[in-house]
Design a binder for this molecule. Structure first.
Ligand SMILES: CC(C)(COP(=O)(O)OP(=O)(O)OC[C@H]1O[C@@H](n2cnc3c(N)ncnc32)[C@H](O)[C@@H]1OP(=O)(O)O)[C@@H](O)C(=O)NCCC(=O)NCCS
Length: 336
């Protein structure tokens, strides 16, 4: 199975969007770029920025530019918040290591807020051509919603403006409401938008056409055993409530499957959820279960049951939303 294509980031209005969508690329996140133009003679704007700084700082807070001795604290705050940046590749923040943190200070400027001795807010900037670009802004989770991100960012704008900068750039994910609000508070205005596309891993079909050979091969690959010759299709058509197939886009090979049996009433049971090992971890299993649940609901069922081993608990409970419950199992014989 091939390695997944890297995600594609396209600006809104880019003529390649239409082709990408036709080729099976799906939008998984949207993001924005914003600009702030500051007129150094506009004293009202400068006063407003200073006010954003003053209003956020409490007793015991200290805001200053970071220096090389601060690198260990910069690394600690970065590690603590590294997983908090949403939005995919367009807005990803690569966690810092020591050389990267030192490079930020050598090639740009950083400002932080210390609460007592602890660094709790940080913004990093670098000059890029005619504008000052924000690399990232981060705040300790326990100090968020106090205006500290707004304060460090406003400070960075004021400090660069003192050296003659007038144009500032930044960006973020649409799903990051805090980042959007923080930048709007400083005065940034959105100037461009982007979408991040991911090549659809598989096409899902309810009651999709499938052969015994395909299902036997997939079962062997997914469960790691020698191929068997189970008469799947006869059983599906006579016994199943519904089933869902997943094929590589464009009618390609079978890469996923889930079977659903029912009691004719409120209960449906998931069986044989399987995704080819080469495509696992890309959301196909979750989509199969969600699609099966939707179809069972359409057919009048009210409960979807599954029993699973501990190693699959995270998949069923976190990715698919099943609640853990106790279930029992009795082996009846070896012929089934
Ligand atoms: C984004 C982040 C830096 C904001 O820090 P913060 O100190 O909490 O932000 P502020 O207190 O300065 O808040 C600024 C504005 O955002 C709003 N805001 C903060 N958190 C919010 C949330 N979760 N949802 C909606 N709005 C939020 C505030 O109400 C405030 O709006 P206002 O000016 O209209 O009152 C912080 O959430 C964070 O560290 N996130 C992880 C790293 C990240 O995503 N950085 C941004 C990309 S570089």
């Amino acid at each position: 199975m091939q390695t997944p294509e890297p995600d594609l980031v396209l600006r809104w209005g880019d003529p390649r969007v239409r082709q990408a969508e036709a080729d099976g690329w799906e939008c998984i996140a949207t993001s924005w770029g914003a600009r702030l133009t500051l007129d150094p003679a506009d004293s009202a704007s400068l006063t407003r920025l200073r006010h954003l700084v003053v209003r956020a700082l409490q007793d015991g807070d200290f805001l200053r530019e970071a220096v090389p001795d601060d690198v260990p604290q910069v690394l600690d705050l970065d590690a603590l918040t590294a997983n908090d940046y949403p939005g995919g590749v367009a807005t990803r923040h690569d966690p810092l290591d020591e050389p990267a943190a030192r490079a930020l200070l050598e090639q740009g400027r950083l400002w932080g807020v210390w609460s007592g001795n602890a660094l709790v807010a940080l913004t990093a900037t670098r000059v890029d051509g005619d504008r000052v670009e924000t690399e990232f802004t981060t705040v300790h989770p326990e100090h968020r919603r106090r205006g500290l991100a707004t304060a460090v960012k406003a400070t960075s704008v004021l400090a660069h403006a003192e050296q003659g900068a007038t144009l500032f750039g930044t960006g973020g994910a649409d799903s990051n409401l805090a980042s959007l609000a923080m930048n709007e508070a400083v005065g940034y205005q959105i100037t461009e938008r982007w979408s991040t596309y991911r090549l659809r891993a598989a096409d899902l079909t309810v009651l999709g056409r499938v052969s015994d050979d395909e299902l036997n091969a997939l079962h062997a690959a997914a469960f790691g055993h020698a191929p068997t010759s189970i008469p799947w299709t006869g059983r599906l058509t006579t016994r199943s409530l519904t089933w869902v197939t997943a094929r590589l886009p464009g009618g390609g090979p079978l890469v996923g499957f889930v079977n659903v049996i029912g009691d004719g009433g409120a209960h449906a049971v998931l069986l044989d959820t399987m995704v080819h090992p080469g495509l696992q971890g890309r959301g196909v299993g979750r989509d199969l279960v969600r699609t099966a649940a939707k179809d069972a609901t359409r057919l009048g069922c009210q409960w979807l049951h599954a029993d699973y081993e501990d190693k699959h608990a995270a998949f069923y409970e976190q990715a698919c939303g099943l609640a853990p419950t106790r279930a029992g199992l009795l082996r009846l014989g070896r012929n089934s």
